[in-house]
Structure formats: structure tokens, C-alpha cells
Design a protein around this ligand. Structure first.
Ligand code: SIN
Length: 305
């Protein structure tokens, strides 16, 4: 059997399969369905300084080949995560986890990073500067290279864990934002977050989502995500965690050939809670089919030759 292990800034993962933030909570519910220790790791729900109830409902809308969400960063806040979620997580997840963090000011990002830094359970910080569903934070930092760099610097100053910045696809030139993050000290890039979208209910003539617009994800966005990962791989020298519409072992391999060192699976967890387990089981067969001996050896393979 070929080797499925990959490395993220010195952290060795058994495989590249990582449930994406916001589709896996803090892992508890999924651990009741299967042993989630088969995962490379997972990225926990975007956590803010204060607890958040999120946006008004409806905040989910189905679409052809995907879905819209406008959750609005609902989460219990950093104190609760430190006191309750992380200690409890130790009972059902034995690996390190990715801490996904969000903020409404540069200070807030730095402060959350500082509080998480001492936690040995955290493998890396994934800094979300790309949430399209909140005002005054989230995506407003991720659509401007200078603002993205400021957040990166604040988190790097507050933490010595690897810092991966999660980028928005809702920009003209994602490579310039990735480069600004790298220059500001980022250890890696996570990409892509959701694409802004909208649906209108024909019965009411009004937007389906209470927040009007939301983030589009699911299989339909896969080629867009793949193209952006390919572009950013050429623009930076730091690892990329690729995501966006990934739902099969073949997609994982395609994403790695484009340049991803590991791959997150998001919306697919919501239609099939076992999808990550299935992908991990299937990877060796797909590797054999395409004569791949080592997954880490194919990273960026589409750029070579
Ligand atoms: C949300 O909670 O609104 C989704 C998070 C995100 O898209 O970054």
C-alpha cells in the first residue's frame, strides 16, 4: 500500500483528509457515528472571542450541486471552547486539531490566538479572514492585502503555533492576498472559503436567506477552488490546505496535484456524514489505479514537467 501521510509545517498527518470548519462542529456528534481518529485531523467551528448566536433563520438554502449558508459564525466563544470543548475532545479525538478562529478586529484575532497558544491539542491555527456572513469582520480582512497582512502579523505575534490564513475566493486576485500573508509571516494558506451567492423564493418573490446573501459551497465550486489553489501554489512558497467542493478520493488527489498539501472536505459532510471515512478508505485503491506511491510526492504535480 502506498503512503498517505502528509506534512503541514512539521506536523505529520496519517492522511490529507480534514473535515472543514463549520461542517464538523467540535467533532463530538461525528464521533458517535464513526471513529474520527481515522481522519488526518479536523478543523473546528470558527471560534470568536465572545459567544455568537449567528444570523437569523433561514440561513441555509439548497442549490443545484451545492448549498448556500449564512450561519454568521454561531459558536460558544473562546472561554467555553477552552473550558469545555477541548477537554471533552480529548476523550474522543486523540490527535491534534486545527483551531479555526475568527474576529471583528485585529486585536480580537491576536487575543484568541494568544489564548489558544498554550493548548497542546492544537496543531495549527487556521485564521478565517473570509467569512462572507458577518459585518465588520471576517471577509473584510480577506479582500485587501494590507488588512490580511495586519491580521497575519497580529496572530503570528501572539502565537508560536503554525498560522494558516483562510482566504476568500470573492476577490479579483487571490494570489496577491496569499503573497501578502506569506510576506507577513503566515506559515500556510487555507483556501477557498465559500463564494457569495443568493437565491430568491418564487412564492414570496424575496431572498430565501434572512441575510439575503450567503456563501455557496458544494461540488459546483470544485473547479473554481482547484483553479485558485493552482494559482496560489505558483505565487507562494508555503503549504496550502485546499478545499472547495471536494467530495471524493479522486477530488482529493486532483486538489493535491494542483498544489494542496492537505485537503478539507466541507459541504459533503452535510449530505453524507460518513464521507471523510469513505474517502480515507478509498484513497489506497485510487492511488493504486493511478500508480501513486506516495501522496506527498504528488503535491503540485500538475505544475511539473
Ligand atoms: C459562517 O458561520 O457564517 C460560515 C463561516 C465562514 O464562511 O467562514
Amino acid at each position: 500500500m502506498g503512503s498517505t501521510s502528509v506534512n503541514l509545517s512539521g506536523w505529520e498527518l496519517d492522511n490529507p483528509v480534514i473535515p472543514a470548519s463549520g461542517t464538523f462542529g467540535y467533532g463530538k456528534e461525528f464521533s458517535l457515528l464513526y471513529d474520527i481518529n481515522c481522519l488526518g485531523t479536523f478543523s473546528f467551528k470558527g471560534t470568536t472571542l465572545e459567544p455568537r448566536f449567528g444570523n437569523p433563520t433561514p440561513r441555509i438554502a439548497e442549490c443545484t450541486s451545492g448549498m448556500l449558508n449564512s450561519v454568521g459564525l454561531q459558536n460558544p466563544g473562546i472561554d467555553h471552547v477552552l473550558k469545555k470543548e477541548l477537554p471533552e475532545m480529548k476523550t474522543y479525538f486523540k490527535k491534534k486539531v486545527i483551531a479555526n478562529i475568527s474576529g471583528f478586529s485585529v486585536f480580537e484575532y491576536g487575543e484568541i490566538a494568544r489564548r489558544l497558544n498554550g493548548q497542546e491539542q492544537i496543531g495549527l491555527l487556521e485564521v478565517n479572514i473570509s467569512c462572507p456572513n458577518v459585518h465588520g469582520g471576517g471577509m473584510s480582512f480577506g479582500t485587501c492585502p494590507e488588512a490580511a497582512a495586519k491580521v497575519t502579523e497580529a496572530v503570528k505575534a501572539a502565537a508560536d503555533k503554525p498560522v494558516y490564513i483562510k482566504l476568500s475566493p470573492n476577490v479579483t486576485d487571490i494570489a496577491s492576498i496569499a503573497r501578502a500573508c506569506e510576506e507577513a509571516g503566515a506559515d500556510g494558506i487555507s483556501m477557498i472559503n465559500t463564494l457569495m451567492g443568493m437565491r430568491i423564493d418564487l412564492k414570496t418573490g424575496k431572498p430565501v436567506l434572512a441575510n439575503k446573501a450567503g456563501g455557496f459551497s458544494g461540488p459546483a465550486v470544485f473547479p473554481v477552488a482547484l483553479r485558485m489553489v493552482y494559482q496560489v501554489y505558483e505565487a507562494v512558497h508555503i503549504p496550502i490546505i485546499g478545499m472547495g467542493g471536494v467530495s471524493s478520493a479522486e477530488d482529493v488527489i486532483e486538489m493535491m496535484l494542483a498544489g494542496a498539501s492537505a485537503v478539507q472536505i466541507g459541504a459533503a459532510n452535510l449530505t453524507d456524514p460518513f464521507v471523510c471515512q469513505r474517502i480515507i478508505e478509498k484513497l489506497p485503491d485510487v492511488m493504486k489505479k493511478y500508480r501513486i506511491e506516495s501522496l506527498s510526492g504528488i503535491i503540485g504535480g500538475a505544475h511539473r514537467g
